[in-house]
Design a protein around this ligand. Sequence first.
Ligand SMILES: [Cu+2]
Length: 261
Amino acid sequence: MKHRKFYLSLIFAAAIAFVSCGEKETTAPTETAEPGAPAAPPTPIDQATVATLTGKVSFEGAKPRLSRLMMDQDPVCVQKHSGPVLAEDGAVNDNGTLPNAFVYVKSGAEKYTFAVPSTPAELDQDGCVYRPHVLGVQVGQTLQIMTKDPTTHNIHPMPKNNREWNISQAPNAAPLEQKFSREEIMIPVKCNQHPWMKAYIGVTKNPFFAVTSSDGTFTIKGLPPGDYTIEAWTATFGTQEQKVTVGAKESKTMDFKFKSS
Ligand SMILES: [Cu+2]
């Protein structure tokens, strides 16, 4: 009987050790654009003819109740905030518009090849939340991930169309640099250490995207004259698309209206 108890407790201890290990880290060598494929030169675009698209993403109906992010398991995260922190998915701005809508050219720009921006897109971790909550990068563009927190994060994008990876980042560690090789709307990002941490990355082949902020507006500049399908993506209220034709030097507006489901 004594032996049995001993073995049972051994199994129990092993199980605990297994669980506390959590998800294993996968190493992620930086991806280049398309493996083996030479990068095509960018299509020349006459900047004197480009158009601008601006608009607003609004919301109609009852605002969802936002859940509180429970950070208690890591006191360091709690200490960085002066009060409760609410989830960002489903948030509605005071003026009835939506923040964190990803508005982008879904089709119409395929005939162009665009230069990959030399400046990296940035994803920060501050107070154990991702900043920004929603961001866009171009295929092949460097995404730089920083931390301001005195705790270890484990950044874990969960793509369907790109390669999945997760990497730990200790306090004061140098920024991580990663690239995505295929377009994907949207890649959810979690943290394996802090289950409430959430972000979304839109990976596009063109530079025509914007994220709405506290006023719900967006601006997409530099559009060559032509026909486009524009999509507005939201984490909570679905997606909508609209078609637009822009002429040379034209400034057009396009508004999206989402409703409570
Ligand atoms: Cu974290």
